[in-house]
Design a protein around this ligand. Structure first.
Ligand SMILES: [Zn+2]
Length: 167
């Protein structure tokens, strides 16, 4: 679950490639078309095409776009942007996409670069994933269903995570 085209490649391209090579069915869901990520005519269409081409190279089985507008790095966020849209609307869109695919593992951005769209998609994805994750055990024998586990158990990652909240 990412905010812009290219997030899937920079953020987890190798994971997607290896997961597919191991036989997993993979999907990329992108909240925006990245319209604010540069200049040029119809940048959203260009970046969407790049997303689909990158996904093909990475062996991604499904590509989904949520249809929010790129919020850009700063300034007022228009109502239809990922940051300007009501959180409840973004959450509903992310939940619908997650429910439609039914992932065993859900990966999202950590937003460590400070981009507000990355933070929004991270926060919403973790909120959506948490109920499903609570049904899954996080033990050395089974990896967590989401990257959220690392956040709730103080930074330990599978297989060392023994966070009781995940059992
Ligand atoms: Zn991005």
């Amino acid at each position: 679950m990412v905010a812009h085209p290219d997030d899937e490649t920079f953020g987890c391209g190798s994971l997607l490639l290896h997961a597919r090579a191991a036989g997993a069915t993979t999907a990329v869901c992108c909240a925006t078309r990245g319209e604010a990520g540069g200049t040029g005519a119809d940048l959203g269409a260009v970046r969407e095409r790049e997303l689909r081409e990158a996904a093909a190279v990475l062996g991604v089985d499904h590509v989904d776009l949520l249809g929010f507008l790129d919020s850009g790095m700063s300034g007022p966020a228009a109502p239809a942007t990922l940051v300007g849209a009501p959180v409840v609307d973004v959450t509903a869109s992310v939940r619908a996409a997650v429910d439609a695919f039914g992932p065993d593992v859900l990966v999202t951005l950590d937003a460590s670069d400070g981009h507000r769209d990355h933070a929004r998609i991270r926060d919403v994805t973790i909120a959506v994933a948490r109920p499903a994750s609570a049904r899954s055990a996080c033990t050395p024998h089974r990896p967590p269903r989401t990257t959220a586990c690392r956040r709730t158990c103080g930074g330990r990652s599978w297989p060392t995570c023994t966070c009781a909240r995940w059992t």
